[in-house]
Design a protein around this ligand. Structure first.
Ligand code: APR
Length: 280
């Protein structure tokens, strides 16, 4: 009698192997590294996708080059383009994706060793991932301050200015400096927490890289910190960085929500994943 279950694809077989690492208890320190690709399904454009990416759609802002919108030197000369963009990106109107929820399941099951994210949308917290397990390597919109005297700026005033795409100024009228969210701009240092937690990438026993082009350093160097014998699973539309070069790397190319659903199936977590996502 022929077994009529369709033959497993290489990816499904590999994800079965990844699921076995977790179910057998061999992998209990999972480090996750994410980028804008895990939030596109929430309606937040990523940066570099050809048609839909932010950098392809900033022409109206008349920037010297797209990245200028997140450049501190440019911001000091002309903060308006950033505040036009901030109106579209500001947290509060977006819902976590299945990929965010999968990471929160890892945390719930005490498997999440650390999440390093490049995203500024705060959807990781909204998905229920504990704050102490999140490194927001490029900061976030959670807080804002004057770039000159560093005085904090009230969240309600910020929200009002962002809603009107207006540029907020320091609450100290003597100062009158520009206010900027605690997002890491080009020419700014990453939070020290990123460097404090970086060594965790070396103690992981499984690494998931999700939705990032790995174009921006030092974050893009994180997957290179992972020892050669530790499997790294890439959930991304296309192959990026050195992923695929470790013997046990797994490339799950395509939509990341579909990829994590395949892994959830192999883990027996699919029902829980969908119910948690619906329940958010
Ligand atoms: N599923 C899987 N992959 C996706 C999806 C999706 N639904 N949508 C987009 N991607 C992939 C893209 O193909 C691309 O490889 O996610 C990646 C997104 O790359 P970028 O747009 O460059 O975003 P990111 O890697 O987060 O950018 C890093 O650049 O501008 C700076 O500070 C900014 O944090 C940002 C950093």
């Amino acid at each position: 009698v022929s077994d009529d279950t369709p033959p497993q694809t290489l990816t499904e077989r590999s994800l079965d192997a990844v699921a076995h690492l977790i179910k057998s208890g061999k992998a209990r320190r999972v480090v996750v590294m994410t980028g804008a690709g895990i939030s596109t399904a929430a309606g937040i454009p990523d940066f570099r996708s050809p048609e839909t990416g932010l950098y392809a759609n900033l022409a109206a802002l008349d920037l010297p080059e797209p990245e200028a919108v997140f450049d501190l030197v440019f911001f000091k000369q002309n903060p308006r383009p950033f505040y036009v963009l901030a109106k579209d990106l500001y947290p509060g109107n977006f819902h976590p994706t299945v990929s965010h929820v999968f990471i929160s399941l890892l945390a719930q099951k005490s498997l999440l060793h650390q999440l390093f994210t490049q995203n500024i949308d705060c959807l990781e917290r909204a998905a229920g991932i504990p704050g102490h397990l999140i490194v927001e390597a490029h900061g976030s919109f959670a807080d804002q301050r004057c770039i000159d005297c560093k005085t904090a700026y009230p969240a309600d005033l910020m929200r009002a200015h962002v809603a009107r795409a207006e540029v907020p100024r320091c609450v100290d009228v003597e100062c009158g400096g520009l206010v900027k969210p605690d997002i890491v701009f080009f020419h700014e240092a990453l939070p020290s927490l990123f460097y404090d937690r970086m060594p965790l990438a070396e103690t992981a026993d499984l690494v998931l890289v999700m939705g990032t082009s790995l174009q921006v350093h030092p974050f893009a160097g994180l997957p290179e910190q992972v020892p050669g014998d530790v499997p790294r699973v890439l959930f991304n539309l296309e192959r990026v960085g050195s992923l695929g070069s470790h013997a046990d790397d797994v490339l799950v190319l395509g939509d990341c929500d579909s990829g994590v659903r395949l892994l959830a199936d192999a883990l027996g977590w699919r029902e829980e994943l969908e119910a948690t996502w619906r329940g958010l």
